[in-house]
Design a protein around this ligand. Sequence first.
Ligand code: NAI
Length: 335
Amino acid sequence: MFSKVARRTFSSSVPSAYKVAVLGANGGIGQPLSLLLKLNTKVTDLALYDLRGAPGVAADCSHIPTNSTVKGYSPENDGLASALKNADVVVIPAGVPRKPGMTRDDLFNTNASIVRDLAKAVAANAPSAKVCIISNPVNSTVPIVAEILKSAGVYDPKKLFGVTTLDILRASRFISEIAGTNPAHEVVNVVGGHSGVTIVPLLSQTQHNLAIKGETRDALIHRIQFGGDEVVQAKDGAGSATLSMAQAGARFAGAILNGLAGEKDVIEASFVDSPLFKSEGVEFFSSNVTLGPEGVAKIHALGELSNAEEALVKVAKETLVDNIAKGVNFVKQNP
Ligand code: NAI
């Protein structure tokens, strides 16, 4: 029996109730991401799907006493459809990660078809969900999902997100290491895409614009762009960032839920169908986005850039055009 007080506390700690589905929940990212989502009090129904192992992850998470039901699903018995039914948010970290020496683009051949097939299931079973893509290469997998949703007639550009939050986390952390500050207070705008030269940190907009300069600044930009390689090398063949990525994914999914719940001024960067550079042929671009009940409420312009940043954005745009076309062409050739 609960005491009166305990019951009251329980109900008031659940301001909103949402179903979140994680596709790829047994992976290096999927497991800690599922744990962090289990701790989010806006999540009342957590559906964990993977080709293998999701029921175990679900049983494990389900013993944590937060106000959500956790269920694990496998491909058998139409598990994917059941996991997706009535989902408000779908987070996709399914796919293979990098090994040393690989770029994110090297993952394309394997991950493109995984993401395409999962997108088809989303279109059929959760057509109005907010969809957050973690699977790399994000610059190409997000356009793949868009094409699949378009051909199913359910595409809403406000509801599709490429998760670039890890670049923001890294930028905050790496800046703080140079400036000797608290990384939790370092706000950095990182725009463009999610791979190498498409990742553009706008250091001129930080409080360290004048303080971090010259070679230190160049090295910092390079570290933010290629920080993922540090993890890939340190793991020595066992994969790429999983724990920091889970934190980034949970932060982003949490922001989506805050927007859904109608909270004000919820802003995160994301790789979205963006008007910013469409006239130059760049259909998707990452910048700050205000999130609301419909998903994207407002896409923010980049703000003032230094000449050096203008040059970085130019390179990012050129690379993104190719990355995006690669995703779109994949779906044309492999519908
Ligand atoms: P992992 O190999 O540990 O886990 C992937 C999981 O996906 C496995 O459990 C596997 O069974 C599952 N899976 C594969 N095909 C599936 C399908 N058709 N349906 C459902 N599940 C399926 O890989 P990890 O480390 O979790 O990375 C996952 C993806 O996330 C990779 O593509 C990686 O490159 C990407 N990533 C993205 C980041 C970002 O910032 N957006 C950062 C780090 C990694």
